[in-house]
Each structure stands twice: as C-alpha cells, then as structure tokens.
Design a binder for this molecule. Structure first.
Ligand SMILES: Nc1ncnc2c1ncn2[C@@H]1O[C@H](COP(=O)(O)OP(=O)(O)OP(=O)(O)O)[C@@H](O)[C@H]1O
Ligand SMILES: [Mg+2]
Length: 210
C-alpha cells in the first residue's frame, strides 16, 4: 500500500507536524497506519509514545538507512499507509525513504531560502526517480502560511521554478504548534477544514488509500 515520505533538505518546515496530522487523521479513519521515524532526533516517535491521544498506530524509529529500506518494504505489505518522517538535513536515510516512496511530500515555509531548499529536495526526488527508472510523484506543500504578500510570492516562485505544488496549504495556526505537546489532532476551528482539504487532495492524487 502507499508509502508517503515527507522530506525536505531544510530543517523546520513542518515535516514532523504534517506526519503527525496525517498519521493521527488516518488512524482516526480506521486505517492501518505505520509511521516510520527516520529522523535520529526521534521527535515523531516521542510524540507518538508520550503525547499522542487518539486511535493507536504503529511507530518505528529507524534512522539507519539499510534497516529503514527493509522496514519500509516489509511494512508496505502490511499497512494501509506507511508514512515516513525524515530528518531535515541531507542524509542517506532520507534518500532511501524517497527512493522507496510511492509519493514524496515536501513541506516548505514561504521564505526565499525555504523555497530554494524545497526546490533542491524536489530535484533530488526527480533524480532518484530517474536513477530508479520509475515515477516518484512529488509535490511541495506550503506550510505556516500567513495571508501576506510573502506567501503569495512563495507560491509564485514555486510556480516559476516549475515545482509541483499541492493546492492545499496549512496556515500558521496555534493548533498545529500545540500539537507536539497536546497530542490531539485538531477537532475544531480552521485547522479541521485545512486538514480535510489536504487529505482530500492527497487521496485525489492516489497518495492515500481511498
Ligand atoms: N502550520 C503551522 N502552524 C504553527 N506552527 C507550526 C506549523 N507547522 C509547524 N509548526 C511548528 O514549527 C516547528 C517546526 O515544525 P516541525 O518540527 O514539524 O518541522 P520539521 O520539518 O519536522 O523540523 P526538523 O527538520 O527539525 O525535523 C514546530 O515547533 C511546530 O510545532
Ligand atoms: Mg522533524
């Protein structure tokens, strides 16, 4: 079943937050979710073990690239969806997770350096796809969006660079920031609508089970 890798060469654009939102939301739908935490800092795994409050899902912390490759393969056969959170710096486990993915999601903030790094990550995914002689669909997700000129500019720069981008985006919301402590997937407010929009678009693309 689909393996969705969340990656970016830049630290802090929201990879782990997006992984939390997707894993928690899909588990709440009754899907068999396996989350693989390939980041040696293990932020996702600690959250899943200590903070998360919701229907359970399986989590494995594995930053060793060889073991990760085998783990992705074995879990892909068992789960409805495998979500891989990766580390925010160029490392081999992130490349393994991208190469093994059915799709790669690249969260980005709106700054110039952020969009530049998002482009690098998309180009890496494209290169890995070529080397593997198969398609690895990839898209940028604008995160922590504020309704400002900057976010519009970022969307424009992404378009000019020819990077595939999701129509869905996530706003800069306290509900997302609090998630790492509260462990609850937002149930009220604008975040609910955004998360539903993100899930719908990913599903539309075939990146999530229907
Ligand atoms: N849409 C958002 N609104 C508000 N806060 C957010 C949002 N997305 C992420 N954050 C916060 O921004 C910080 C960085 O997010 P996160 O840890 O998910 O990024 P990351 O890409 O996983 O970072 P790293 O590269 O270090 O793994 C966290 O404190 C998180 O709570
Ligand atoms: Mg992270």
């Amino acid at each position: 079943m689909p393996v969705l890798t969340i990656a970016s060469s830049k630290g802090g654009p929201g990879k782990t937050t997006v992984a939390m939102l997707l894993a928690g939301s899909l588990a709440a739908e009754g899907r068999k979710v396996v989350a693989l935490d390939a980041d040696p800092t293990q932020a996702f795994s600690r959250w899943a073990a200590n903070a998360y409050e919701g229907p359970t899902f399986e989590t494995h912390a594995e930053s060793d690239e060889t073991r990760l490759a085998y783990l992705i393969d074995s879990k892909a056969g068992e789960a409805d969806i495998v979500i891989v959170d990766t580390a925010g710096f160029g490392n081999r486990s992130a490349a393994v997770a991208m190469t093994s993915a059915d799709a790669v999601l690249v969260p980005t903030l709106s700054g110039e350096a952020d969009v530049t790094e998002a482009e690098k990550t998309v180009r890496l995914a494209e290169g890995l796809a070529r080397a593997a002689r198969r398609e690895i669909p990839t898209a940028v997700l604008l995160n922590k969006v504020r309704r400002t000129q900057l976010a519009r500019h970022a969307a424009h720069e992404i378009q000019v660079a020819g990077l595939p981008r999701l129509e869905a985006s996530l706003s800069d919301l306290v509900a997302y920031g609090e998630l790492s402590y509260s462990g609850r997937i937002p149930q009220i407010g604008p975040a609910v609508i955004e998360i539903a929009g993100l899930l719908a678009e990913l599903r539309e693309r075939g990146w999530l089970p229907r």
